[in-house]
Design a protein around this ligand. Sequence first.
Ligand code: MRU
Length: 340
Amino acid sequence: MIPAMDWKNEVFLLLDQRLLPNQVVYRECRTWNEVAEAIKEMVVRGAPAIGIAAAFGVALAALRAGAPGRIIPEIERAISGLRSTRPTARNLFWALERMEKIAKTSGAAPADLPPLLLDEARKILAEDIEANRRIGEFGNQVVPDPARILTHCNAGALATGGFGTALGVIRAAAASGKKIQVIADETRPLFQGARLTAWELKEEGLPVKVITDGAAGFFLSRREIDLIIVGADRISANGDTANKIGTYSLAVLAQAHQVPFYVAAPTSTIDLSLARGDLIPIEERPAGEVESWAGERIVPTGVPVGNPAFDVTPARLITAIITERGVVRPPLEEGIRRLF
Ligand code: MRU
């Protein structure tokens, strides 16, 4: 598994996910601003990976601040700058809250903060990988053998510290000897399914077939899909789940065809401060992502375009949420409360 990120010689490296599957190139980040740019431009994407990258961004801010008197103001600037990169992924805010807590409540002198913050970022990364492995173990219990599994976007090693959430379940199921066939939605407009999910699974020799987003209903109607599993960007206290645009349509289709619909996510994606999914901020992305394809304009000039990056699947359409602390079944609100 090629890591989506790395830390070497005081430089934070991010695998440029915009260039996959054709080029494997790491972008070097030496400052928190470079990390913030990388998150905005989607060099790194996927809720847990965004959170981890932001944590390393704060560590870089402390490390490069210069005089001890500048360390705290630099950390504060970095936290506020990184917070404004992408609005939907709960993990971004969760990771920044952890970093802020170290900076503000550790009692360390400013000059001692850089190594402490770097340790915390490393911890967030290691804990995420461990959480994914546990999600994989719990999730494997709901996967039949054989299983044809539809997934959307990329909730894999690239979108996390490693191993993946939805793809972590698929990896664990395959590793336990089950016969797994993955069907990956291409995932318009940025093709995270076609480019990233297919690349990750192919690298590992796991069978994967890419379909267009609009084809999912056809495959479900032919009974060629046994279950759907997706990741999450933010889950509200009642279990409503924001994930890549198109997820909600899949959940409706799953219900119509009586196929289980699972969400796999670490507890760091759950936002207990929001009672319902309609309170989750949804990112609107540039129209250019939809207006053009392969450098050619495909929407007539002057025609407006809508490009929400995420939608919200109501809890009532979700069979279970698979977390590192266990599988939460309906009523989701009650089950989520018990997790904490
Ligand atoms: O816009 P992206 O590519 O950051 O969106 C990613 C997703 O929607 C993923 O499904 C989600 O973050 C879960 S990743 C484990």
